[in-house]
Write a protein that binds this ligand. Structure first.
Ligand code: AMP
Length: 299
């Protein structure tokens, strides 16, 4: 089955303590779409400007990503710039130029409206809702978000939470949303806002799923060197949704393994700038790390 992914399609300029790379292919939807493409067919919904490099369109196409829902409009592509501290868990945004995103209305081609798996990757919650309004009886809908929307679009986000199956956010966002420092107490409060499945990401410490069947603690793959963690969260949820769309059986039965696949794709994302490492990935390398994680957590 296929996955429909809406989110940002961006040019990212990223600075780490060791290197600086301008105008890489980025955006929540780009990372998530490439991650999901290792498992299932992907339909991308987004917008770019006329300045968007052709080589990036080719990269999407190499991953068989359906671009019928990608608008190319006069103007500039969304440009985001961030800088990491020596501790790569800390980053600050240097610049956000919305460009064509300012007036973006995601309109779904008819052929996309019955896609069974829907990932509302990080983007304004009003746009996530607009995409959801156009879907016809999706099987499983997951949304991601960021602190910005908790600050400036909380009412829309709360509306969205009542309409999705799964919600993925990081630990600081969960704390901000619930005013709870304790991650398990925060999970309980987020369920009350709507989603049946809640996943809290904890960066290099892995992630926690809370579902009607209880908790699952998903490890991060142990990396000795992180080059650039930008997009790791998007790769995680993209890999997770791609795996779910490819697996037989119920979502509930496959969710834990899907998180492990997401975690593994995210680990590759961290090993290169932007999508550099992920774009070269082969399925066999993914399987190898999944087996390693299985070995590391069995007792
Ligand atoms: P992550 O590292 O998972 O938090 O995701 C980083 C990605 O989010 C980058 O590729 C950015 O282009 C994208 N991004 C940054 N700010 C925004 C925003 N306001 N809306 C949507 N995407 C954004």
């Amino acid at each position: 089955m296929s996955v429909l992914i809406v989110g940002s399609t961006a040019l990212d300029s990223i600075k780490t303590p060791h290197a600086e790379n301008p105008r890489l292919l980025g955006g929540s939807a780009s990372h998530a779409a490439v991650a999901a493409s290792f498992f299932a067919p992907v339909k991308l919904i987004g917008v770019v400007g006329e300045d968007f490099p052709k080589k990036y369109l080719q990269l999407y196409r190499r991953h068989q990503i359906d671009l019928a829902g990608l608008q190319i409009l006069p103007g500039k592509t969304f440009h985001w710039s961030g800088e990491y501290e020596a501790n790569m868990n800390h980053r600050r945004t240097l610049l956000t130029e919305l460009g064509v995103f300012e007036t973006f209305t995601p309109t779904l081609p008819r052929s996309h409206q019955a896609t069974p798996f829907v990932l509302l990757a990080n983007i304004a919650p009003a746009l996530q809702l607009h995409v959801l309004d156009q879907m016809r009886r999706p099987r499983f809908v997951v949304a991601d978000t960021m602190d910005l929307w908790l600050n400036i679009a909380l009412a829309d986000l709360l509306k969205l939470l009542r309409r999705i199956d799964g919600f993925v956010l990081n630990d600081s966002e969960a704390q901000q949303l619930t005013q709870e420092d304790n991650v398990f107490a925060a999970l309980q409060k987020i369920h009350r806002l709507g989603p049946k499945y809640v996943i809290i990401k904890q960066g290099s410490h892995g992630s926690i799923l809370s579902s009607p069947k209880g908790f699952f603690l998903c490890p991060a793959y142990p990396l000795r060197k992180v080059v650039d963690p930008t997009g790791a969260g998007d790769s995680f949820v993209g890999g997770l949704m791609g795996y779910l769309a490819s697996a037989k059986g119920s979502v509930e039965a496959n969710l834990r393994r899907a998180m492990i696949y997401g975690s593994v794709v995210a680990s590759f994302c961290c090993e290169g700038f932007g999508l550099n490492r992920t774009a070269k990935l082969q399925r066999a390398a993914i399987e190898q790390r999944v087996t390693e994680l299985e070995r590391l957590t069995k007792f």
